[in-house]
Design a binder for this molecule. Structure first.
Ligand code: CU
Ligand code: ZN
Length: 171
């Protein structure tokens, strides 16, 4: 009888852990000094990975490298405290559709003439749990385009905005 009670207690503890696995996250992008670039990135868990919805403003028209970086630390004025690209698999830098790439390689944001960039896609490598968990990591918008091939950064230049990926309250 006692062992039966213990099994019930363990089972309910385990289901509590499962229910607590996040399914939504957000990063608010704050400008580095002198930049004026700000925005928001929403992340939602879907069957095929994580669906991203991005809106950023204050950009120069054209492409801007856009990545998840290893650390959720935007404290340095130039945001270098966020480290390099999030790369749990030890892969080369590439584009978001390439099979071998950093988990944080999101390619480019493309701003219109008004300096507004919008992007929506499902990323197959990102996760909210395990080695590829993006929670607590950094999001960076760069000054220059990511060429999707130069190692290890895509030659995307300085960091215009930085945000930290945090868990959003489940609905
Ligand atoms: Cu970057
Ligand atoms: Zn990369």
């Amino acid at each position: 009888m006692r062992s039966c009670l213990i099994v019930v207690a363990l089972a309910s503890a385990a289901s509590t852990v499962v229910a607590a696995t996040p399914s939504k996250a957000v990063a608010t992008l704050h400008p580095t000094p002198g930049s004026g670039v700000e925005g928001k990135v929403s992340f939602v868990k879907v069957e095929a990975g994580v669906k991203l919805s991005v809106e950023a403003t204050g950009l120069t028209p054209g492409k801007h490298g856009f990545h998840i970086h290893e650390f959720g630390d935007c404290s340095a004025p130039d945001a270098t405290s966020a480290g390099g690209h999030f790369n749990p698999g030890g892969d080369p830098h590439a584009g978001p559709l390439d099979p071998a790439r950093h988990a944080g390689d999101m390619g480019n944001l493309e701003a219109d003439a008004a300096g507004v960039a919008k992007l929506e896609y499902v990323d197959a490598k990102m996760s909210f749990e395990g080695a590829n968990s993006i929670l607590g990591r950094g999001v960076i918008v760069h000054a220059n385009p990511d060429d999707l091939k130069t190692q290890p950064t895509g030659n995307a230049g300085g960091r215009l905005a930085c945000g930290v990926i945090g868990v959003v309250k489940a609905e």
